[in-house]
Design a binder for this molecule. Sequence first.
Ligand code: CUA
Length: 462
Amino acid sequence: MALAIVLIILIIGSVAFHVWSPWYLTELASNWDTIDYTIDITFWVTGFVFVAVNAFMAWAVIRYRYKKDRRADYEPENKKLEWWLTGLTTVGVVAMLAPGLFVWGEFVQVPEDAWEMEVVGQQWHWTYRFPGEDGKLGTSKVTLITEENPLGVNPDDPNGLDDKIIYDPVVHIPRGRPMKALLRAKDVLHNFTVPQFRVKMDLVPGLVSYVWLTPEKNGTYDILCEELCGVGHYTMRGRITVQDQADFDAWLAKQPTFAETQARGHGDPVAGQTAYAVCAACHGMQGEGNPMMNGPKLTGQSTWYLRRQIDAYKRGHRGTHPDDVYGRQMAPMVATLVNQQAVDNVVAYIRSLPDVPAQPTVTGDLEHGEELYEGCVLCHGADGMGKHATNAPRYVGMSDWYLVRQLKNFQTGVRGSHPEDKYGEQMGFMSKQLYGDESINDVVAYINSLPGPGAAVTTAAR
Ligand code: CUA
């Protein structure tokens, strides 16, 4: 009897949970309402079976409960009942699967007027490419991937020169036009998913897969990776904004073409020296950093990272949080660099300064720090020198007090909580693997113990 009551509570509870649950499909923002219909059909079929089977069990438990002189009948065959069960099961299975086949037929049939864009996945970032004025994407190859050409676009293919390169997880697309996303992975399997679009597809290294959709609702949505792709899988997120064609065109016009990214030079250190005078007050004459002025060491940091951080201040990703006291001091300083050339020049000047390792100030439990550092290795490298491939900066030999402060900032959202700062968001997730100030000190102390630039990394140092 108790079992029967549990079964009945299970049925009522499940139905009630469905009706009042806050978790259901997100609002639909694409043409794929047919996917929702198939989900609804599956829900109703499986829901009906769930209720019917459990109710039957509860009924059977009550109806045929133990009675002293009752004996079970032996009835191995019941043709009529078997026909019924076979028939009903067939109807249920066909009802669930057949509509899906029709939807799949549409899913693989891309409309002829669809325009194409490319989505590139890597551990643990999204990047994008749009065709230029010719409407054609140039060819690409993984062997062509370098720091300057992170998508591996073929420089000898004239179709690729005007392609727009979005080396950032934030992207925009126009509303109302069918779009075919060509999907490419640099390393392992990923899966391109925007819940509001309903369609999703794997990215497979070595081939180009695709999905198509017509975005029908303006808005900003999360891009998720839904294929387990390593320790940073849950941090592999992007952001897609659907907007009117004119707004999209204005956004796209601001993005660099492949040719422009290739023409970007290294900057002029001599011209950069003058601009650096503003920075020297806090970061030191030689870029060595100054803890008294809260300016971290700059020398030895990679060109791409320095540029990206200056850019982050310019875009408001950094230095806008109300509690970011030092970032807010930095923001107006960055504003003195009026254009990309000025940024490149000052970075070139910083790169020309001698890289003297910063004096360690943080101590902690090295053994514990080494354990914690396992979480950082894949992006920042076993030697702590940073990796462009994973968009992770150098740590080792840099201002350790600054690392401690930034880790805390990431944990509290002072840094990395700007909605378009996806790199910061990712580090925010990762920083939460460190519990308490002691863990932060331990991991930074371990970073201090690493041999630094030029040293061969031995397994012991790792
Ligand atoms: Cu990429 Cu999970």
